[in-house]
Design a protein around this ligand. Sequence first.
Ligand code: NAP
Length: 362
Amino acid sequence: MKKFNVGIIGATGMVGQRFISLLENHPWFKICCLSASSNSAGKIYKDVVKNRWNIDISIDKSVENMIVLDGVKDKEKIACLCDFVFCAVDMPKQDIIKLEEDYAKLECPVISNNSANRRVSDIPMIIPEVNSDHIDVIKYQRIRLGTKKGFIAVKSNCSLQSYVPVLKALSSFGLKDVAVCTYQAISGAGKTFETFPDIVDNIIPFIPGEEEKSENEPLKIFGYLDKDKGIIISSSKPNITTQCLRVPVSDGHMAAVFVKFDNKPDLKQVRNLINNFENIPESLGLPSSALKSLYLLDDPYRPQPKLDKNFDCGMGITIGRLREDTQYHIKFVSLSHNTVRGAAGGAIMLAELAVAKGYIKL
Ligand code: NAP
């Protein structure tokens, strides 16, 4: 199979580095260009990341000597070279909205990690296990943008990747109220222990914007495509309240979740639904799919970021401490790797979905 030529915008960052490591030997995609800010542009990739390569395997030899392009100034050139791009940049929101639209209008599809476009109602925000059908809103987005090939699709915030699929698995009992406390790793802020000394032996109880995203994004994901309006209509349920904390962990976001249903299930039913949750990415043959959608662990000391973040190549979602609750109906703890499943890996699987559904073509 001829591979798709792929560009990475924000290739020097925490998520960009993860894209490079996950795309090495990808069966469908081949990196053809790397870009970042004007500070890095014109330099050799391996030199730019020399003191900040944060992945435990070395840089893919086939990209380490690439000259970094400027993701903004070189966009015509990048759009011309690539069949589509992944975008993960740290820029002001309005600049990201413009940048992603510019690429789409240059007929270069954008698979984005950024939050800037997540609320736009004709831009699909997808967790492939949960709402792969939302991809069809691209037809309507293309009419708005006036494009034939170009579009923007986004993955959701990393904090909710571990529990939204569990909620979906249990949704037949009617999701009513959900309370979540997240314990989020420092790589989610683009940081390491060296660059974030304040987090050592500490917890920081505020992550700007994170609680709003964790409460609102699931409602769009649980929404439906209104084909008359050509937009995704968000669900009004469940009621979700969250608290998001930054903890001294390098990788892996954990969530402690409480759920109340319209019809209370018993624990056996809950276990069955979690264990048998359909693995849509696997049935579509997406190369990055986890072997199993959800892994329910019985050891009360699991999941742990240190032990379980790399479950199923970092794409696995692990769930533990499932039990009944006295105020809600059930409670559990869930974990996912924030820069793999929650960022680059999730975006790669979304791009694979767009290929499988015919929205990205050679
Ligand atoms: P990061 O480590 O700070 O990297 C930011 C990247 O953006 C760098 O490559 C930087 O290039 C590039 N950049 C900055 N200004 C630019 C400009 N004007 N033009 C082109 N490129 C520019 O950030 P990150 O953690 O990778 O996060 C990137 C995005 O992904 C953010 O929107 C973040 O919210 C989202 N995200 C992150 C995570 C996570 O776990 N880290 C998870 C989900 C989503 P230089 O190196 O040249 O400055």
